[in-house]
Design a protein around this ligand. Sequence first.
Ligand SMILES: [Zn+2]
Length: 106
Amino acid sequence: MKSSREERVARNEELFQEVNQEIEKLEERLGRPKTLTILCECGQKHCLEGVEVEPAVYQRVRSNPLLFFVVPGHDDAAVERVLERTEQFLVVEKSGRAAEVVRRAR
Ligand SMILES: [Zn+2]
């Protein structure tokens, strides 16, 4: 079975979601931080850019599995749409096929 570009992107982003959840847990254990530095959750394989986000915002966005944090400019209009825009990051929502892949993985 060959995997489409959308599926690859979605899987990669999910991996970063998991990494970021670990970062969040770790930071919580060290005391309540003002901002979390998480990794950009875009679909580019080698992107390791940091995104600074307030823990409350992180938790709100993370409660929806279709939402991801990316560095401005790292969004991919083919698989997601931008819901929120700040100087630090964009919140994107998976759409179409990529959203299906995320749903199926849960
Ligand atoms: Zn990125």
